[in-house]
Design a protein around this ligand. Structure first.
Ligand code: GAP
Length: 459
């Protein structure tokens, strides 16, 4: 199976089985926005739960937060996003497709430095333009490069005609909500430096090009943690978080050979040091998480713009300093896609090809499916319902009585269900059911009254 083919198959499975739908599909969609269907929302929730556990539950010095999407617009000036958060844009003069110039140059193996001025990028683009064709119409006729700000504007609370000049922004990254609540948390949560604040939430970016399914979207969810430290500890803490976050992905069941580090040589405006963890997607390695040493940039900027001193006083040593921040920033959608690609397997079973999503047990959207052998036999349906009603108290389960058992196994394999429990005629006599394991396809008979214990051990 070619990699392009694999991506197409995954996209098709996502639609067919209800993991991901294009947004507003009955209105011809809405570019670079997607919805999670019934199994998609389960998978996304399991990813978020596992991240929350790894960051908040298992670390005594990290607390959670859920800040709002809209914030005082001055925050985005202080953070540097109003002036510095932009991508270089060109437009095809023939078909009017808008394109990211740095992406076009990368395809020619030319790297546009993030610190380059727009004029420098324009020159680099002009020098190489002849080699570039519009991916849509194939023509070679582009506008000059201009900066395109990625913040998404709204007219929230502004009832004037020219709201556009003083917009409220939808947040471009969730961590600014953490920075501006840092003092509230110091004052209320009995935390002392070093400590962290974790948050999961939506972020919005006016991405110029929508590419690679849910990899780059205009509305997406981030899982961000900001760790506040003494400046002297920055290097050591940064390395610790790099290691922890690498291990996290291995724990999700991602193979080491499908992960790699990418060190940023050209840093974005807030970062002192930045590494990405990249995953080997069918379209190539791409970032799933950024780990950034942000220095004292954010707290200093917010101190300057708000007039509130955000420095920290060590009550023992009386030392006053501006904390530095080490950030871990992951995307729910990109982790979702990485986990999906990793889990997608085609196996030859006899004459047939079995498509199975081998998610790890914590991430699988459905843990157990319960089947009556036949739909039209009330005694089987009743028993299977009884078992299902009992198991669903502790596990995400599904009841399925549609089609023959082989078809039901195929469907459950395609959504990654760990175990299938079948109630047949023998079950009514011997009080046992058949349990089929997703990965081995092995089957065993287990007493109904021992099912709770069986699944407690397995799950
Ligand atoms: N606070 C730092 C920050 O936002 P980033 O590298 O711009 O850093 C962090 O984004 C993560 O958010 C990325 O690694 C990715 O997983 C996710 N992300 C960023 N832009 C995205 C987009 N347009 N679509 C989907 N996920 C995105």
């Amino acid at each position: 199976m070619s990699e392009q083919n694999k991506m197409e198959k995954i996209i098709s499975l996502c639609k067919r089985r209800g993991f991901v739908f294009p947004s507003s599909e009955i209105y011809n969609g809405f570019a670079a926005i997607y919805d999670f269907g019934p199994y998609g929302v389960e998978l996304a929730n399991n990813i978020k739960r596992s991240w929350w556990k790894a960051m908040v539950q298992l670390n005594d010095d990290i607390v959670g937060l859920d800040s709002s999407i809209f914030m005082n617009p001055k925050i985005w000036e202080a953070s540097g996003h109003v002036f510095g958060f932009s991508d270089p844009l060109t437009e095809c003069k023939n078909c009017h497709l808008r394109l990211r110039v740095d992406h076009l140059l990368t395809e020619l193996n030319i790297q546009a430095d993030e610190k380059m001025s727009i004029d420098e990028i324009d020159k680099l683009f002009t020098d190489n333009k002849k080699k570039i064709k519009c991916p849509n119409c194939g023509k070679n006729n582009f506008t000059n490069v201009k900066k395109f700000n990625l913040l998404v504007k709204s007219n929230l609370g502004n009832f004037t005609e020219d709201w556009n000049k003083k917009p409220a922004y939808l947040r471009g990254e969730t961590c600014q909500g953490i920075h501006v609540n840092y003092k509230n948390i110091i004052n209320t949560a009995r935390v002392k430096i070093p400590f962290g604040i974790a948050q999961i939430g939506k972020a919005f970016r006016n991405e110029i090009t929508a590419r690679q399914f849910i990899f780059r979207t205009r509305e997406f969810e981030q899982m961000e943690m900001q760790y506040f430290i003494h400046p002297n500890d920055e290097v050591e803490v940064y390395e610790q978080w790099r290691e922890k976050r690498w291990q996290y992905y291995l724990g999700l069941g991602i193979k080491k050979e499908n992960l790699k580090w990418h060190k940023h040589e050209n840093l974005v405006f807030y970062a002192k040091e930045a590494y990405d963890i990249e995953y080997n997607f069918p379209f190539g390695f791409g970032e799933i998480e950024g780990i950034h040493a942000r220095g004292d940039y954010d707290l200093s900027q917010h101190t300057k713009y708000s007039g509130v001193d955000l420095s920290y006083v060590n009550l023992v040593t009386k030392e006053k300093f501006m904390p530095h921040i080490v950030e871990t920033s992951a995307g729910v959608g990109r982790t979702f896609l990485a986990v999906l690609v990793e889990a997608y397997i085609e196996e030859n079973v006899g004459e047939e090809t079995r498509v199975v999503l081998k998610f790890n047990k914590d991430l699988a959207p459905i843990k157990i499916a319960v089947f009556p052998l036949l739909k039209n036999r009330p005694e089987l349906v009743k028993k299977a319902k009884e078992i299902y009603d009992n198991l669903k108290i502790n596990y995400m389960c599904e009841f399925d009585d549609n089609g023959n058992i082989g078809k039901r196994y195929r469907r459950q394999d395609e959504i990654g269900t760990l175990y299938c429990v079948t109630v047949d005629f023998d079950s009514l006599e011997d009080k046992k059911v058949t349990i089929r394991d997703r990965d081995t396809m092995g089957q065993e008979r287990v007493k109904i009254k021992e099912l709770d214990e069986y699944f407690r051990k397995k799950l």
